[in-house]
Design a protein around this ligand. Structure first.
Ligand code: NAP
Ligand code: MG
Length: 463
């Protein structure tokens, strides 16, 4: 029998890729090649889309509760592979094992479980006056995912798509294809019917592009950079396809003067350093009132320095160089280095020091562009209106945080922020709450019931 990673998972089987090119998978901790996967071409994408189309009518007609049971079996198959998933993500992304277990493995298991339940309970039919409205699957979904939360982003698309009755072709990130192959194995074990889920590994510009442009794809769901998302949105628009885009962020952590400053700073630093800063919703701009500014910078620098040895590397050399370039640019534009810096902290691996930049002003590049590394910018505001203007003063609007003594004060501020989700006084991540962006952070929402309806279209019958 063929080893899983020698091929593509298409139509319920592992089959050889059409071409012979491969992609090297590198461990970012020691820069060693740990595996190779096939680099899919337009031919592989076409075979996968055909398989998904063939499987669509029967899966779409499967009663939602039964689809939910299959997703439940998929959840269980993922749970049974929890350790393997965590070790695989650690090997290809470089994140420390405890974080891989608690986040990279457990979060997708939770999300899969939520869609097992939502498939069974969602109202796929409603009455509107003399009409019955059916919520039907959009069709074949092309899913394109990044490497930063590699399994979570796969499950956040595939689970709701399957719950909705759609079939899927997945093109995972080239840097993290191994956990995608594990996911395909779990799909197979769970008894998902052949062709309902298909995997094509490959490069974005080749396999990803072919998938986004394929006539047989009814919807493209993409998570990644705003630059690539813009192109995918244009391609989908030209073909009148549904599109969902989860893009970049430059979120603000707004600490109002009444807040518990030490707590707000320490939770804020932890948020930015988590996953080595490779989180689209990270609060990479900390906004502090002028009267508390120096104290906050000192607290942040001390907190960041503590991450020194615990932080994993960035995913690849290009991202490391990009992030170091941003730190240098910040300093060149007048920011003050409070912790870390652009020098490599280790001789081997794609590591970047946990870095805090002070005296950052809103126009600086580091205050405007997504850095995607362990870099916090601390900005000073004069009053609440100034804080709001700075918080809303980027093209992004994915997430944010507000801290105040009274919840009501924080909520009032949060309601004026142009952003998709705001954590109040350190509120916890909710895997059933809608996740997505205002402005150039994206189109559409993922997770929970809001994530499910993205994959549905309506049909009205009048009586
Ligand atoms: P990216 O290039 O946007 O990659 C995301 C996914 O899209 C990957 O599967 C990628 O394939 C694929 N892709 C690339 N070009 C494509 C194209 N022309 N057509 C179709 N698919 C294409 O992101 P990245 O290079 O991995 O990271 C660059 C920056 O994106 C980061 O620094 C960060 O700012 C941002 N980012 C944001 C998120 C987020 O969650 N919002 C996640 C990751 C990255 P390959 O893997 O082959 O490139
Ligand atoms: Mg890329």
């Amino acid at each position: 029998m063929m080893k899983a990673h020698d091929g593509m998972y298409i139509g319920g089987d592992w089959r050889p890729a059409a071409g012979t090119d491969t992609i090297e998978v590198v461990n970012p901790v020691d820069e060693q090649v740990i595996d190779r996967v096939p680099a899919g071409t337009a031919e592989d994408v076409d075979a996968a889309v055909r398989a998904a189309r063939t499987a669509l009518p029967s899966w779409a007609a499967t009663p939602p509760a039964q689809r939910g049971a299959v997703i439940g079996a998929l959840r269980d198959a993922l749970a049974a592979r929890r350790e393997e998933i965590a070790e695989t993500v650690t090997a290809e992304l470089g994140s420390p094992l405890p974080f891989s277990q608690k986040v990279h493995a457990d979060l997708p298991i939770t999300v899969a479980g939520s869609y097992a339940e939502l498939a069974a309970t969602h109202a796929f039919e409603e009455k509107v006056g003399n009409s019955t409205v059916f919520h039907e699957p959009i069709g074949v979904v092309g899913a394109i995912t990044p490497w930063n939360y590699p399994l979570h982003q796969i499950v956040a698309k595939v689970a709701p798509a399957l719950a909705a009755g759609c079939t899927v072709v997945l093109k995972p990130a080239e840097d993290t294809p191994l956990v995608a192959q594990l996911f395909a194995e779990a799909v197979h074990e769970a008894g998902v019917p052949a062709g309902v889920f298909n995997l094509v590994t490959g490069l974005g510009a080749v396999a990803g592009q072919a998938l986004a442009a394929h006539d047989g794809v009814d919807m493209v769901s993409f998570t990644g950079s705003t630059a690539v998302g813009r192109g995918i949105g244009a391609t989908a628009g030209a073909a009148i396809k549904r599109v969902a885009l989860e893009l970049g962020g430059k979120s603000a952590n707004v600490i109002l003067p009444s807040a518990d400053l030490a707590k707000a700073v320490s939770v804020g630093v932890a948020n930015v350093m988590s996953n080595s800063g490779q989180t689209c919703s990270a609060w990479t701009r900390m906004l502090v009132h002028a009267s508390q500014y120096e104290e906050a910078v000192e607290l942040a620098a001390t907190a960041a320095a503590k991450y020194g040895e615990r932080l994993g590397p960035l995913v690849n050399a290009k991202q490391r160089d990009r992030v170091r370039g941003y730190i240098e640019k910040g300093l060149a534009e007048g920011a003050r280095l409070a912790a870390g810096g652009p020098e490599s902290p280790r001789e081997q691996g794609y590591f970047v020091s946990p870095t805090v930049l002070a005296d950052v002003t809103p126009e600086m590049t580091v205050a405007q562009e997504e850095i995607f590394g362990p870099v916090l910018s601390v900005l000073r505001y004069e009053d609440e209106e100034d804080a709001l203007r700075i918080a809303n003063g980027t093209v992004y609007g994915l997430a944010g945080a507000v801290w105040a003594a009274e919840e009501a004060e924080a909520v009032a501020f949060a309601r004026r922020m142009d952003t998709g989700q705001v954590d109040i006084n350190g509120g916890r991540f909710n895997p059933r709450a809608p996740f997505g962006g205002y402005k150039q952070s994206g189109v559409g929402r993922e997770l929970g019931a809001h994530g499910l309806v993205e994959y549905l279209q309506t049909k009205s019958l009048q009586f």
